[in-house]
Write a new protein. Structure first.
Length: 145
């Protein structure tokens, strides 16, 4: 529904973070960006359209939103960074093959091109094999004023 030119302008704006609203993926009629938002960016805007570089794309999806939110949600100070004391949410992927595969017809189809996905230091995806038995993620809440 949003014109491509508007999305391009947003992607190019250095102040714009790329994020997802994190809606539950527990029903079949969800939007495909729920499963593919973060894979779409390196595929479409970095690799195919060459609108931004990979380093910029990764920053827009990690440290930029974390820095924007850490003042109101202190736990975000441990997100978007690879450093001692961070939450160890890490993704190892091939930038040449990462791809969003979710469609409106199949909105839960997993992305490909990932070697490992770690949440809180726990391997949740290894070479496409998703571990659906563990839930190591911890929600982030706004601090009370």
């Amino acid at each position: 529904m949003i014109p491509e030119s508007a999305v391009d302008a947003a992607v190019l704006d250095p102040q714009v973070a790329i994020a997802s609203d994190g809606l539950p993926m527990d029903r079949p009629n969800v939007h495909p960006r729920g499963a593919g938002s973060f894979s779409r960016v390196p595929r479409l805007y970095v690799r195919e359209r060459r609108l931004i570089g990979l380093k910029t794309a990764l920053a827009k999806m990690t440290i930029v939103p974390a820095r924007r939110l850490e003042k109101i949600a202190p736990a975000m100070a441990r997100k978007g960074r690879v450093q001692v004391g961070a939450d160890a949410d890490l993704v190892v992927f091939d930038p040449e093959t990462v791809r969003d595969n979710a469609t409106h017809e199949m909105p839960l189809r997993a992305s490909t091109g990932y070697r490992y996905v770690l949440v809180g230091g726990v391997i949740m995806n290894e070479n496409g094999a998703i571990d659906r038995t563990r839930f190591p993620g911890v929600g982030t809440k706004r601090s009370t004023p």
